[in-house]
Design a protein around this ligand. Structure first.
Ligand code: FAD
Length: 461
């Protein structure tokens, strides 16, 4: 058995500290507190090299999932998650205007959506798949997901410390990572030396700073998944109206290349400030970078009858005219369109058709114009919806700087990244959680397998 004293926690004189790795429970692994004015003194964290330490920066979906996976594969690995706020806070249902998490889609073949679903059902979370592919816990409560992850982490001995921020990170010549950890509320600092480092800090600027300190670059973060601001008082009067299925195309000036994802089909919602709903959020994600550079201006062209072609729409309108000659146009919208009266009125107003006009007196030209408007209704996007926080940030570490099959940095070995800290712009729009689960799982697998080999080698020696 070989021994090393190379790994330390530095803490400050007069402050109590327990050695990491000496407890297998999920509690405070490094229960220190104190004042910065004391002199730093290194305290051995563990003496056996077989007791390696993985520090995970960020207790979000990617960090917690990665920590669990690594600890599952390598039970002797000390796994410490440092979270500055509350763990898994973004999974809470009330944070999701869309009402739930979408686990649809797969970024990494090695850990697909199906694998994520199996993992959660194997760990006691019953899931249901909606017709449109979205996945919910049967309990309809996202706390089932949080409880499952937290209890699994606790069961296998992952340690989680909250209210602490990793403020600096550097790589040593011995291939380890020296981390400075501070408390948010009090004057407190400690240093940890880690054998493996997983940065899963989401879109936090503090996380990006760590990334830069470790010589990685950052694609400038821009907001993604936002609603569209549309200045149209008549549209604002329709706030709350929903469309179960529209086809919407976002046209952006100077964007000549054909981006198929800038056309989306799905539900849309009218809000007080414009348009929202899955279709709009997905368009915002795919157009995030171009919209940012264009000051969030563009044209949205909406097809309100995507299952009918133009000729069908015209013929439905002509037949309706013949059938309902004596009825007011406003009071009788062809049911095939599935439109609510308030929106039908909006369409008629946009065509300057008098509301109490009878079907008998509507010209064929006007019918054709109504048909065109239903199929190509354009809205000028003048900005981004006003939210406290954007749902997601596009940008982060370029994927070219990591190995996607391990999530390991190409710059430092034993350094890993997962989740939203990466530039996964291309898969935003409901696939973010899957990116976090997949990335966390793959990074955890890589770390766990390495640590297990090291542990076995130590035992053989
Ligand atoms: C309002 C809202 C709605 C969303 N809706 C959806 C949706 O419907 N579907 C979907 O797929 N995605 C959605 N997302 C996105 C999804 O939540 C994220 O993509 C996902 O949580 C990313 O996981 P992560 O683990 O990479 O990052 P996060 O969940 O952001 O976790 C990172 C954690 O790291 C911590 N941290 C950062 N820096 C440090 C540091 N230096 N030291 C210590 N801790 C640190 C942060 O406090 C945070 O808890 C939504 C996000 C928001 C905000």
């Amino acid at each position: 058995m070989s021994f090393t004293l190379a790994r330390f926690i530095f803490h400050f004189a007069g402050i109590s500290s327990r050695a990491a790795g000496t407890t297998g429970s999920c509690g405070s692994l490094l229960s220190t507190s104190g004042r910065r004015k004391f002199t730093a003194t290194p305290i051995p964290l563990a003496t056996k090299s077989s007791e390696e330490l993985l520090v995970v920066v960020g207790g979000g979906a990617a960090g917690v999932f990665g920590a669990i996976r690594a600890k599952t594969l390598a039970p002797n690995l000390n796994v410490l998650v440092i979270e500055k706020g509350k763990p898994l806070s973004k999974i809470l249902a009330e944070h999701y205007p869309r009402g739930h998490k979408e686990l649809r889609g797969s970024f990494f073949n090695t850990h697909s959506t199906a694998d994520t679903l199996s993992w959660f059902s194997d760990h006691g979370v019953e899931l249901k798949i909606e017709d449109d592919g979205r996945v919910f816990p049967v309990s309809n409560s996202s706390s089932s997901i949080i409880d499952c992850l937290m209890s699994q982490a606790m069961k296998i001995g992952v340690s989680l410390q909250t209210g602490k921020v990793v403020t600096t990170a550097s790589a040593s010549s011995l291939g380890k990572f020296l981390l400075k950890i501070e408390k948010r509320t009090i004057d407190y600092v400690e240093y940890v030396e880690a054998d493996y480092l997983l940065i899963a800090s989401g879109s936090s600027p503090q996380g990006y700073r760590l990334v830069a300190q470790l010589n990685h670059s950052i694609v400038d973060p821009v907001p993604s998944l936002f609603t569209f601001k549309i200045e149209d008082p008549k549209l604002a009067e329709l706030a709350g109206v929903t469309f179960p299925k529209v086809k919407a195309k976002l046209k952006l000036e100077n964007v000549r290349r054909n981006i198929p994802q800038l056309t989306q089909v799905g539900p849309m919602l009218v809000t007080h400030w414009g348009l929202s709903g899955p279709v709009v959020l997905r368009l915002s994600a795919w157009g995030a970078r171009d919209l940012f550079s264009l000051g969030y201006e563009g044209i949205l062209i909406v097809d309100f009858t995507p299952d009918l072609n133009m000729e069908d729409v015209k013929s439905i309108l002509s037949q309706h005219k013949l059938q309902f000659v004596k009825q007011k146009v406003l009071n009788s919208c062809p049911s095939e369109f599935g439109l609510v009266k308030r929106f039908w009125k909006y369409i008629l107003n946009r065509e300057s058709l008098v509301e109490d006009m009878l079907w008998a007196s509507i010209s064929n030209n006007s019918l054709n114009s109504v048909a065109s408007l239903l199929k190509h209704c354009s809205f000028r996007v003048t900005g981004k919806g006003q939210f406290k926080d954007e749902f997601v940030t596009a940008g982060g570490i370029p994927l070219s700087e990591i190995s996607l099959n391990t999530m390991e940095s190409k710059i430092h070995s034993h350094l890993y990244f997962a989740g939203e800290v990466l530039n996964v712009d291309g898969i935003t729009g409901g696939y973010n959680f899957q990116n976090a689960w997949s990335g966390g799982y793959i990074a955890g697998t890589s770390i766990g397998e390495l640590a297990r080999v090291t542990d076995l080698e130590e035992r053989v020696l």
